[in-house]
Design a protein around this ligand. Structure first.
Ligand code: PLP
Length: 404
């Protein structure tokens, strides 16, 4: 067995230096807890960045993946396979969408949306409609197209020229959106809650207004539900809060409970947007990912996890509000989020990375940062109120040590 120090020494030589993780290596997880190679335990409220929808090492998911790996792992898109058909059909039953394309990540799902938007208008004799509108402080992924859609210059530094024809508007500002959408707009792409942007909830009126603006202008409306989908906000999709039905949405993070899978789900009217040969993925729609996705949905139903996310999320919201309002905790100034995607915004001038490290090293609580100033909690959707209370106790204790 290797020690943390041995592994970190190897990691620092073998990996590209594009990440800066702390100096231990995780080896095991169960529910909302993880252990490093030396047996140190952490309460994991980073949740794999809102990915671990059913928690670490869920036996139903593990068994489904194991059985499928021993049965049929990959076919390529040259053939249908039973599991991806069943998963696509299940998604169309749970959402207002009619058809599904499978990718392997959130960025790939958004790439597919970008290509679909342009190609659909092209197929309908409107080749001038190539422009995309997204929001400032949005996050849509790291591939060239998804990065170009992302309205945060820091992700694009030194990577240009980016994909042309994309403009960015302030989020939750209908007039700015109205002014940006025109006769050349192919689609507007929005998150229903800006995750990486700092847990900024989209107003219902904003998302409804975006629908009306797109309809009037003949543009498509897409939602990036990579982070907000799959029960994370206490509804199966984030769109359900506003009732808005976009023309298509992107999904990924929680879909496979940790197994890599992404998708776009579209309305029937867009079905001719990607004709045969226009887009593809070798791995996308593989039966192993399909089996994982089906197992996650089965667990959601058996354990009522969307309902749990709403119920336990409301409990978490109260606790976070109490922390933000506590005069003894000046470091935390505002509670934000929905469902089990929540956090506290730190007071100006506080280094969020230092707080993250203090919570991790001093209180064995794993979290993540959103928008540079928000400590984000995105635990598994099967956490209990007791787990949340423990996390909030540790969070409050850590934040009390921070000078505002
Ligand atoms: C994480 C995220 C992505 C990118 O997903 P990857 O799987 O990392 O490519 C895209 N959009 C949103 C809203 C996300 O939160």
């Amino acid at each position: 067995m290797s020690t943390n120090a041995e592994l970190i020494a190897k990691a620092q030589k073998a990996f590209l230096p594009n990440y800066r993780p702390p100096a231990f290596a995780l080896a095991r997880g169960k529910g909302c807890r993880v252990w490093d190679v030396e047996g140190n335990e952490f309460l994991d409220f980073s949740g794999g960045i809102a990915v671990l929808s059913v928690g670490h090492a869920h036996p139903t998911l593990a068994a489904a993946i194991g059985e499928q790996a021993a049965t049929l792992m990959h076919t390529s898109n040259l053939f249908y396979n039973d599991k991806s058909i069943e998963l696509a059909a299940a998604l169309t039953e749970r959402t207002p969408f009619d058809r599904v394309y499978f990718a392997n990540s959130g960025a790939e799902a958004n790439e597919a949306l970008l290509k679909l938007a342009r190609r659909w208008h092209h197929e309908h004799g409107r080749p001038e409609r190539t422009e995309l509108v997204t929001a400032l402080h949005s996050f849509h992924g790291r591939t060239m197209g998804a990065m170009s859609l992302t309205g945060q210059p820091k992700y694009q530094v030194g990577m240009g020229p980016i994909v042309p024809g994309i403009s960015y508007v302030p989020y939750n500002d209908l007039e700015a959106l109205r002014a940006a959408v025109g006769p050349n707009t192919a689609a507007v792409l929005l998150e229903t809650l800006q995750g990486e942007g700092g847990l900024v909830v989209g107003d219902d009126a904003y998302l409804q207004g975006a629908r009306a603006i797109c309809d009037e202008a003949g543009a498509l409306l897409f939602f990036d539900e990579v982070q907000t989908g799959y029960g994370r906000t206490g509804r199966f999709l984030g769109r359900e809060h506003s009732g808005v039905v976009p023309d298509a949405c992107a999904l990924a993070k929680g879909m496979g409970g940790g197994f890599p899978i992404g998708a776009i789900a579209i309305g029937e009217h867009l079905a001719d947007g990607l004709p045969p040969g226009s887009h593809a993925s070798t791995f996308g729609g593989n039966p192993l990912a399909g089996a994982a996705g089906l197992a996650v949905l089965r667990i959601f139903d058996e354990e009522g996890l969307v309902e749990n996310a709403e119920k336990v999320g409301a409990h978490m919201a109260e606790g976070l509000r109490a922390i933000a309002d506590d005069p003894a905790i000046p470091a935390a100034v505002e509670a934000r989020g929905l469902g089990l995607l929540r956090g506290v915004r730190l007071a100006d001038g506080i280094d969020a990375r230092e707080v993250l490290g203090l919570l991790r090293d001093g209180h064995e609580l794993l979290t993540s940062i959103a928008g540079g100033t928000v400590i984000r909690l995105s635990p598994p959707l099967n956490v209990t109120t007791a787990d949340v209370d423990e996390a909030l106790t540790r969070l409050a204790a850590g934040l009390r040590e921070v000078k505002a």
